[in-house]
Ligand binder design. Structure first.
Ligand code: HSE
Length: 318
């Protein structure tokens, strides 16, 4: 049926974009990994009327703005239409699978799903770097700044380093075999905008050196399968110390993860989700330790253990 056809000149298409963990402790605003266990879906349909109409929002988040300018997915599509002027408008149905304000890249996933789906409507589809730029416009609506550490992994998949804003360069960094990400999402809302607003505008020289060494160590450890280097460098000495007070029992949760054998543990994006990396054999123990500390603090939490697969946003059946 031509209405359901997916590909160039389709009249409607649906895309799934995975959740993501931003920062990965040591790569503030530039490093992230995709989490395929949950994500957002966008269904777009060509309209004769120009512009973007958000027809419906469903799923785990109900109170998201319907005005395209104020909606991350809507803003991304507007940016796309403004630049490409394809001669049609877009109706959008957004299905949220990622809780709002969870630190799991929900706004990024909505923007990515929307541009990947809309790409299937174009006579000449764009490459992912072009889609990244449009999705960044949408992400800025929710956080107030252009950052790529959720957009890029949601779009490309895997552990992704992005260098540059105006001309972003994306690198999928290999993850050593057997590593699992353990995620614990305490049931509370945290505003990315607020969590960014509390950060100091300057960094001590000693912390700059330490953080730079940790980022270099972490990336080189990933490229060389050096788990000892990854463990030694898996520490955020700049951002986490300023934000961790916002998350109940963060110290205890992190300590429990490390005691259970995690390679490292930090805040996912702006929080409140906390993530750890561990080898598969330790992952259940890490999860149990993190969850027990949230429970002890009287906080309910969802947990996941996921591989870090290089699979990003994709077209799916409606
Ligand atoms: N890098 C961003 C931050 C991610 O930590 O503010 C927000 O999801």
């Amino acid at each position: 049926m031509s209405q359901q056809r997916v590909g160039p000149r389709a009249t409607t298409a649906t895309a799934f974009a995975p959740a993501s963990v931003g920062n990965v402790a040591i790569g503030f605003d530039i490093l992230g990994f995709s989490v395929n266990a949950l994500g957002d879906r966008a269904t777009v349909t060509r309209t004769d009327a120009p512009g973007v109409v958000i027809t419906n929002t469903t799923g785990v988040v109900s109170d998201i703005p319907r005005e395209p300018e104020k909606n991350t997915a809507g803003r991304s599509l507007l940016a796309m239409l403004e630049q490409l002027d394809p001669g049609f408008g877009i109706a959008l149905h957004l299905e949220k699978g990622i809780p709002l304000g969870s630190g799991l890249g929900g706004s990024a996933a909505s923007a990515v799903a929307a541009v990947v789906a809309a790409n299937a409507l174009l006579p000449e589809p764009l490459d992912k770097i072009e889609l990244l730029k449009f999705a960044m416009q949408g992400e800025a609506v929710s956080s107030g700044s252009l950052h790529v550490d959720n957009i890029a992994p949601s779009l490309f998949g895997g552990l992704v380093l992005t260098v540059g804003i105006d001309h972003p360069r994306v690198k999928q960094v290999p993850v050593p075999a057997g590593i699992r990400a353990v995620l614990a999402h305490p049931h509370m809302y945290m505003s990315t905008r607020d969590a960014r607003g509390l950060l100091k505008g300057s960094v001590e020289m000693s912390d700059f050196v330490w953080q730079t060494a940790n980022l270099a160590g972490f990336i080189s450890g990933c490229y060389t399968d050096d788990l000892d280097m990854i463990r030694a460098s898996f520490e955020d000495v700049v951002i986490q110390p300023q934000r961790q007070k916002l998350i109940p029992a963060f110290d205890q949760v992190r300590t429990a993860a490390l005691d259970a054998g995690a390679l490292g543990c930090s805040i996912s994006g702006a929080g409140p989700t906390v993530f750890a990396w561990s080898l598969e054999a330790q992952a259940e123990g890490v999860r149990g330790g993190m969850l027990a500390e949230f429970v002890r603090a009287g906080v309910e939490a969802d947990t996941w253990i996921v591989p870090i697969e290089p699979v990003g946003a994709r077209i799916v059946l409606p």
